[in-house]
Design a protein around this ligand. Structure first.
Ligand code: NOJ
Ligand code: CA
Length: 811
């Protein structure tokens, strides 16, 4: 960077952001203690109908500031989050006449683009801002008596931006990495994030990309054979942990990254037929200071554009996390901090949810979403379901749902998801039907009012399911009625889904219009006091800080992929997918041998204790116990951990971690949100209030006889901690120091650990270690109790694909 580059330091002085305009081109670089993290990298955009936003700039203004606040999330990994950064806002101008535009606006007005940098101790965020005007006059009159006069003056002295409504062809932001780092990546894709991760050097991405792309979800739409998705986790040879992602993606396409392969331009090997933008000129646009340079790759809309923008507006933040230790990445709140504070005034109806579901039955093949096999083709409104022959395999039938309600209620859960309750599942998949569901009409064997009443009497709320089959137009058409129906019967949470080819046709899952659809669903749901958990939607970017009714997302390969999930997958997700917000991973599979359910079933790679460990290592305010009641019944002593564990925390301690290898985490529950579901948030349709879910009883081990769990827990709560550990295909022994416990207090630890002969690796697994003698035995665990204190250490062994869980209660 030139010697006169502007420099911004992080509050602790370790990170330095440099910014300069060189020959009219904006550039940034990021150093840590003087060593480059990101080499000088290009910034800007190419636009339709006018010169690009990448040259002819002059630096008009710079403003440095500092911000420090502590805020309290509605739910989260900790009760209080510090948001402390130094900021630099630069105002750049393409002077009148310096660039050309089809509408001649640049002949009359300057083009104004601002870049706002926020530098934290754990990383950088920057975004582009497009004001509609800048105030050139310094005539700021503070005197409110002259307010009218003042506003006239400010209009006189402002200059309007030549940019008003404009269309983005490419974002040119580059991330020139300073070395051939190790990376954990999934292939870039316009339609799915449901991939296993590949661990490789950056230089190996081109060679490994094809293999990485083979086993994804459906549909898949590649754009480049060097494209990867964010959050991209990297480790330098010096042991620094770098992570590129984005924050607050609203009214904008999702950003993927394209590795500029050997200096060749990203579009050279494009496989995206939709992209109509012209091939950018390498010599003009790429700085290529490093052979390991990523360029931002925005997901195009159906017409090929990558954002239709109206000033004033801002882009999402581009983020580069820089941490010394892997555990610091897990502790980072960079993405949340870069999002706006909560916009909902009343959040009393938002609460953590532990749930079960009539769901795994369909995923495993035991039962079906559809009610009948009579119709290969369904037309809603015409197809006669009343006289259809039941297929006998429909999972969402009254008796089966009651069975799940009974089990969930007896074990202290808050909710029960039921999929396949509504008509249309006979031909929902892969047919590109626009009118696929109405989200209102139950199948003949699903008595919606009666089942809700039954559930509410037992302290369970049913969780609604809205699979849109990716027909966003159809979902928007029915949304208001569908949410109203939920209010009528007392559902306060919905699981959404976007399986298939997006309708309107030509859109991908992460383009600007479709990202706007997901957001619309969240905003409309909030008006109805409904919490949302969307599957196949865009991967989150921390918007749950602003809209905390977004309690979950899938947006990654989750448990439904069964045996296709590779060992170590769940040790990577907290570094990548979970950086943007919680994931509905749906853990808790106690019968991982799917061949015991259906003949074609295969063995999943995990032990029972690995599944228990996930409830602590994976943060989500929405946690499922995904398996069948009959798969838990033989192991109720191990299931006790799932009953006990909390899902909302005031403190989280990341004890040890290495992406792809292992994670060990300890967490302390947040008392104030426990049992919120139990407080009767809102009056249920049948008039019943004060639903008791028993969460507090389980978390704090208060005896069954205590009537008002919540009150009792406040009077005399035990001090409670949970510790979880997970590992990849390698068995490990770890020593966990309990120094996070209160000194001088005696606790009882209940330790759920893999037995000596446990192994989650199927005998024919390609991941088996050569000399491994252990046979596949996912069911073998031990449960031991021990009195411990803050001075104790626990030695815990994890089997291949195993894990452990520990509940710790003060005596
Ligand atoms: C895919 C989702 O991820 C899964 O959880 C759901 O059961 C199916 N779609 C059907 O909606
Ligand atoms: Ca899915």
């Amino acid at each position: 960077m030139p010697a006169d580059a502007l420099t911004l330091e992080s509050p602790d002085g370790q990170l330095q952001l440099k910014f300069a305009v060189v020959d009219g081109k904006p550039q940034y670089a990021l150093d840590r203690n003087g060593k480059p993290v990101v080499l000088p990298s290009k910034m800007g955009f190419t636009l339709e109908w006018r010169d690009d936003l990448a040259h002819a700039f002059v630096l008009k203004d710079r403003q440095f500031s500092t911000f420090d606040e502590t805020w309290e999330p509605v739910w989260g990994e900790e009760a209080r989050i510090r948001n402390y950064y130094n900021e630099l806002l630069v105002t750049l101008e393409q002077p009148v006449g310096s660039v050309e535009s089809m509408d001649h606006s640049t002949e009359k007005r300057p083009t104004i683009m601002q870049i706002r940098f926020r530098l934290y101790d754990d990383g950088l965020g920057f975004r582009y801002e497009f004001p509609d005007k800048i105030d050139n006059g310094k005539l700021k009159m503070e005197n409110s008596a002259n307010a009218d006069h003042n506003s006239q003056l400010s209009i006189l002295h402002s200059q309007f931006n030549a940019l008003v409504c404009f269309w983005i062809k490419e974002e040119l932001t580059e991330f020139a990495m300073a070395g051939d780092h190790t990376a954990w990546w999934i292939p870039g894709d316009l339609d799915t994030q449901e991939y296993n991760y590949t661990e490789s050097r950056l230089s190996e991405i081109p060679a490994l990309w094809e293999a990485g792309h083979k086993d994804g979800g459906w549909p898949w739409t590649a754009f480049s054979k060097t494209g990867v998705q964010t959050a991209l986790q990297m480790r330098t040879d010096d042991g620094l942990f770098l992570n590129i992602h984005e924050a607050a993606t609203l009214d904008f396409p999702t950003m993927h990254l394209d590795l500029i392969d050997n200096g060749k331009l990203i579009m050279d090997n494009s496989t995206d037929a939709n992209n109509t933008s012209s091939t950018p000129d390498n010599s003009q646009f790429s700085i290529l200071n490093s052979p390991f340079t990523f360029r931002a790759w925005l997901c195009p809309d159906a017409t090929g554009y990558k954002g239709r923008i109206q000033a004033p507006c801002v882009t999402p933040w581009r983020t580069i996390m820089v941490c010394e230790k892997a555990t610091d990445v897990l502790a980072s709140r960079l993405i949340l901090n870069l999002n706006d504070p909560c916009v909902l005034e009343d959040v009393s109806w938002i609460h953590p949810v532990k749930y079960m579901g009539v769901w795994w039955e369909m995923i495993s093949g035991k039962s079906t979403w559809n009610y009948t096999n009579d119709f290969p083709s369904v037309k809603l409104g015409q197809t006669d379901y009343v006289h259809a022959t039941p297929n006998g395999t429909h999972g969402a039938n009254n008796a089966n749902v009651r069975r799940y309600i009974d089990f969930a209620a007896a074990n202290g859960f808050d909710g029960l998801l039921i999929e396949g309750w509504n008509i249309g599942w006979e031909d929902w998949y892969g047919k590109q039907k626009e009118f696929v569901f109405d989200f209102l009409t139950p199948y003949p064997d699903f008595d919606l009012p009666a089942l809700n009443k039954y559930a509410h009497e037992k302290g369970i709320r049913l969780i609604m399911h809205h699979e849109s089959s990716a027909s966003t137009v159809n979902y928007e058409r029915w949304m208001e009625q569908a949410y109203t129906l939920m209010n009528q019967y007392g559902y306060d949470a919905v699981k959404g889904g976007y399986v298939g080819t997006i309708i309107p046709f030509g859109e991908g899952h992460y383009s600007q219009p479709i990202n706007n659809h997901y957001h619309y669903a969240i905003v409309e749901a909030a008006k109805h006091h409904i919490m949302v958990n969307s599957h196949e939607a865009v991967r989150p970017t921390g918007l749950c800080r602003t809209w905390p009714n977004m309690i979950g997302n899938e947006s990654a390969m989750g448990t439904e992929f069964r045996e296709r999930i590779k060992p170590g997958h769940t040790t990577i997700l907290p570094f990548t997918r979970l950086q943007g917000g919680p994931m509905d991973y749906t853990p808790g599979i106690f019968e991982p041998d799917m061949g015991k359910i259906v003949t074609w079933g295969k063995k999943m790679h995990h032990t029972i204790c690995n599944q228990l460990g996930l409830y602590v290592t994976f943060y989500s305010p929405l946690q499922m116990a995904a398996d069948f009641p009959e798969h838990y019944e033989p192991y109720m002593d191990a299931f006790q951990f799932i009953k006990d564990v909390a899902v909302d925390w005031d403190t989280s301690v990341y004890l040890m971690a290495e992406p792809g290898d292992y994670i060990v985490t300890a967490r302390h529950p947040k008392i104030s949100s426990l049992n919120k579901a139990a407080e009767g948030v809102g009056t249920l349709a049948d008039g019943k209030k004060g639903v008791i879910s028993n969460a507090t009883r389980f978390v704090y081990a208060i005896p069954d006889t205590v009537e008002t769990c919540h009150g009792a827990s406040l009077q005399n709560p035990h001090d409670v901690w949970y510790v979880g550990g997970i590992t990849d295909e390698n068995a490990r022994e770890v020593t966990v120091k309990l120094d996070f416990l209160k000194p001088g207090v005696k606790y009882e630890a209940t330790i759920y650990a893999d037995a000596k002969d446990a192994s989650g690796l199927p005998d024919n697994s390609e991941f088996r270690i050569q000399n491994s003698e252990l046979k596949y035995n996912p069911y073998a665990y031990t449960i031991t109790k021990k009195v411990v204190s803050s001075k104790s250490e626990l030695k815990l062994r994890m089997a291949p694909c195993g894990g452990f869980a520990v509940s710790i209660r003060s005596l």
